[in-house]
Design a protein around this ligand. Structure first.
Ligand code: ADP
Ligand code: MG
Length: 396
């Protein structure tokens, strides 16, 4: 395949390793400086310029977009997507994972375990917000920090309030997060490629530092992940729309607590800790997937007038409960079930003999008019949510 690695750091360990892994496997690979692209929207087809000249044809692109150029970098990746070039990490995946608030919102929708987190704007809401996540000590995070910069542990309510007020007065938005004390300055970095964890390490913070980032002096060791950590890491990456990702998890009392999903994970620490060929695994995965560029399914499926995608929830009292999918009447109403969500489990292309259970969620494609009658009205949904909501556990 012909592969472009988008990177502003051609000499960095990660870029070098990826380039070498591709060359060793006989691929044609170029490292292209993301900032030298031009997005050409003048012609009939979406196009890209590189250093002012039309870019030649590529089969795949591997974006390594730094934090400081997210806007331009994701625009370049989006242009590759428009040109049907395969990318393991989509532009929306990169953009979503960059913003800690947006990432947390998306992950929480899918029941990924995370430290209790709140986001408030008004001064009057700060103290109640801190209390709602378990009180001090509390973690305060800048939305777009990286390498541990912008992650602060406030020992008391007063200090926390002062820090938040100071940051907000300089127009910086912050997240307030429960301090997962039991994790004791350690965390897990799982490197996800496709639908598996190819390598994992534990990072241990130095001295009395609580941040375990390698850039903050954290040391690394290989770790054998249990199934729960692996499953949560893979799901988090998938939900974010990232096929190559570094998922950071704390070791909480009740299992993994996801902190963030990184779209350009560094390879040096993890390859050194595990002695595994992570770069090779990434290249092999791209080579394998290159025939399947990301398709915006929703966009393509809704171009037929009157048809669309919707989620139908099978409520406990519904007469669909206990029936086989084939007997549910959906087929007769011209509704096709694409996936069935049951708790955290997802069944793609569910068979007609699948028996429906209460609270199953069916992602469907079909006539909007038919589906509308099966979707509970908003008020009902909201009431259910309120009833289900439980407060996060507080640290003793
Ligand atoms: N809620 C928390 N409880 C305990 N430690 C945390 C918490 N959030 C972050 N940390 C520590 O701080 C480090 C950096 O936090 P993270 O959210 O990953 O930001 P960054 O993007 O800067 O790496 C983590 O690797 C972890 O060691
Ligand atoms: Mg991190």
């Amino acid at each position: 395949m012909k592969l472009a690695i988008l990177s502003r750091a051609p000499r960095s360990y990660s870029t070098q390793r990826l380039r070498t892994a591709a060359v060793d496997r006989g691929h044609d690979v170029k490292v292209l400086n993301t900032l030298r692209f031009g997005i050409d929207l003048t012609g009939e087809e979406p196009d890209l310029l590189f250093r002012g000249k039309q870019l030649s044809t590529y089969d795949a692109v591997l974006p390594r977009i730094g934090n400081s150029i997210t806007y331009f970098g994701t625009a370049v990746v989006r242009q590759f997507e428009q040109m049907d070039v395969y990318t393991p990490n989509t532009s929306y995946g990169i953009a979503n994972s960059r913003d800690k608030l947006r990432a947390t919102q998306i992950l929480s929708r899918h029941k990924i375990p995370m430290p209790a987190t709140t986001f408030v704007q008004d001064r009057a809401d700060v103290i109640p917000a801190i209390e709602s996540v378990g009180g001090a000590p509390v973690v305060i995070k800048l939305l777009e920090g990286t390498q541990g910069i912008g992650v602060i542990l406030a020992p008391t309510l007063k200090v926390a309030e002062a820090i938040i007020e100071t940051l907000q007065s300089t127009r910086q938005n912050v997240l307030i997060q429960r301090f997962v004390k039991e994790s004791k300055g350690r965390d897990i970095r799982a490197l996800v490629v496709g639908d598996r964890v190819v390598a994992a390490m534990r990072r241990v913070a130095q001295g009395d530092e609580f941040r375990s980032n390698v850039h903050r002096g954290g040391s690394v060791e290989p770790v054998e992940l249990d199934e729960e950590f692996e499953r949560i890491a893979v799901r988090s990456a998938q939900i974010m729309g990232l096929r190559v990702a570094g998922v950071d998890m704390l070791e909480g009392k009740n299992g993994p607590q996801v902190m963030e999903v990184n779209s350009s994970p560094g390879l040096e620490g993890i390859e050194a800790a595990t002695k595994l060929d992570v770069a090779g695994a990434i290249i092999d995965y791209i080579d394998n997937q290159v025939a399947f560029p990301d398709i915006d399914v929703r966009q393509r499926l809704t171009v037929s007038t009157g048809y669309g995608v919707a989620e139908i929830v099978v409520h406990g009292g519904s007469d669909m409960v206990g029936k086989k999918l084939g007997e549910s009447g959906l087929d007769e109403r011209d509704i096709t079930v694409l996936t069935l969500h049951r708790g955290t489990q997802v069944i793609p292309n569910p068979r007609n003999k699948t028996v429906l259970e209460g609270e199953d969620r069916l992602l469907c494609f079909g006539k909007l008019e038919e589906m509308r009658s099966m979707i509970p009205d908003r008020k009902e949904r909201r009431v259910k949510r309120l009833m289900k909501k439980h407060l996060p556990p507080t640290t003793p």
